[in-house]
Design a protein around this ligand. Structure first.
Ligand code: GDP
Length: 435
């Protein structure tokens, strides 16, 4: 996770967009967030990272500027792996910059100072004053003119930590995310309830101290970053500030994310944001409608809530929705059952032969349309293989992927879903040319 911090107008979003717009750099754009894109998944030299513009994640966007920047620095120090501290050569070194640099000295995480708007030699000379900040990784860039950004990225990926190696498929890793006060800590405690024996940390391999493993129906389920969820009543401003980054991190370290929402205030924009992230990075997702005890029991309450969730999260029609009360314990077992069954669905392998039969049927029932009636421009789908699980990933060999129409891709996806019972997970379909 790479966070960009800095005063307003130093060019954080320009740098953010510049990095994402580089050829090959962009991997995916988080759904539902096109208006204010703050988090995106990208790669450089084969290293994947999440890039975050913290300017938009402040608790208090109307607050005092120095405070707001300090807040970004705190967020970044808490959750990011590399911090890019952006300043402005035109405005020169300000007191706020100095205060931020001071604060950043507290962290052992790599900090890169990027002095932006260095568009000519004069400015480069002027920018030399930034060396006073004593940050060894200092570079001069122009996000707008695309100067120095390449070198910055080169250096940045070297500073990224070595990626954790996940052993596939033996344990389900669950993250619990959501806005403040939706009931994350109460729900976590309800899940960790006494009847579910806690696997001793010695039993497994080295575990992250932040994570808590439990046993449920003979499966090991690891709750990711339980330490990040504050305990009820224990309001810690420091933690609260970077909760969004923390959530992003937790999503990345898990297989399935439980997005906790409040039944009395369903599916806000921030909920959609986190949901989009889980979805775009191919994580499993379950929307949990908590505080269900507060909703008047009537015939339509389930229907209404489902409608609202699907309306807000329209980009993921398959997402399972669970209803819980962390207070009374209602729905907790059902939630864990849903998580397990989604997990199994994501692990499912379809035999090669069954897939070829399906493909033959699908193509003969509904042949790929040809472009402008020209038969030479007709898509031909020759073979399909499942190459992975979690999420199930299928590779189609076709004559020319450019001939694939979105609606035909949907059609093939739906055939696979129906025939093999993939009703709740994300599927990845890849189309490759094969002559
Ligand atoms: P967090 O900020 O998401 O961790 O939320 P908390 O777990 O601290 O809960 C916030 C408040 O909502 C507390 O006062 C809880 O007692 C209350 N709460 C949490 N879950 C439920 C629930 O299912 N029903 C009701 N009625 N209250 C809940």
């Amino acid at each position: 996770m790479v966070a960009i911090i800095g005063r307003p107008n130093v060019g954080k979003s320009s740098l953010f967009n510049r990095i994402l717009s580089r050829r090959h750099a962009i991997v995916s754009e988080v759904s539902g967030t096109t208006r204010d894109r703050l988090i995106a998944s990208a790669s450089w030299n084969g290293r994947q990272f999440l890039l975050i513009d913290t300017g938009g994640l402040e608790d208090d966007p109307d607050g005092h500027i120095p405070q707001r920047v300090q807040q970004q620095a705190d967020m970044a120090m808490g959750a990011a792996d590399v911090i890019i501290f952006l300043t402005d050569a035109v405005q020169g070194l300000t007191a706020t910059d100095q205060a931020v640099a001071q604060r950043l000295r507290r962290t052992d995480k790599p900090v890169m100072l990027a002095v932006n708007k260095v568009d000519n030699e004069n400015r480069e000379l002027a920018a030399a004053e930034f060396f006073q900040l004593g940050i060894s990784e200092t570079s001069f860039i122009s996000a707008y003119h695309n100067y120095g950004v390449y070198d910055l990225l080169e250096r940045m990926v070297d500073l990224l930590p070595t990626p954790e190696v996940f052993t596939p498929a033996t344990e389900l890793r669950l993250s619990i995310v959501g806005r403040t006060n939706v009931g994350k800590s109460l729900l976590t405690n309800a899940i960790l309830g006494e009847e579910r024996s806690i696997v001793s940390p010695e039993a497994g391999t080295t575990r992250d101290a932040l994570d808590t493993p439990i046993t449920y129906r003979d499966h090991t389920i690891t709750l990711v970053d339980t330490a990040g969820i504050r305990r009820p009543g224990q309001v810690q401003r420091g933690i609260e500030k970077y909760s969004v980054l923390r959530a992003v991190n937790a999503v990345h370290r898990s297989d399935i994310t439980l997005l906790i929402t409040d039944a009395t205030e369903l599916a806000t924009a921030q909920d959609a944001h986190i949901a989009g992230l889980a979805w775009d990075t191919n994580r499993g997702l379950i929307v949990v409608v908590n505080k269900w005890d507060l909703v008047n029991p009537n015939r339509f309450r389930t229907e209404r809530s489902l409608h609202r969730v699907h309306q807000r999260l329209h980009f993921m029609p398959y997402v399972p929705v669970s209803f819980t009360s962390a207070l009374t314990g209602e729905g907790i077992n059902e939630l864990l059952d849903t998580a397990l069954s989604l997990w199994m669905e994501r692990q499912r392998r379809v035999p090669f032969r069954d897939l070829q039969y399906l493909l033959a049927d699908a193509v003969s029932t509904h042949a790929p349309p040809s472009r402008r009636g020209n038969l030479r421009n007709r898509l031909r789908v020759r073979r399909v293989r499942q190459v992975g699980v979690n999420p199930p990933t299928f590779v189609f060999s076709v004559n020319d992927p450019k001939l694939l129409h979105f609606s035909y891709e949907r059609y093939l996806e739906n055939q696979i879903r129906e025939r093999f019972g993939f009703h709740r997970t994300h599927l990845r379909l890849v189309f490759r040319a094969e002559r």
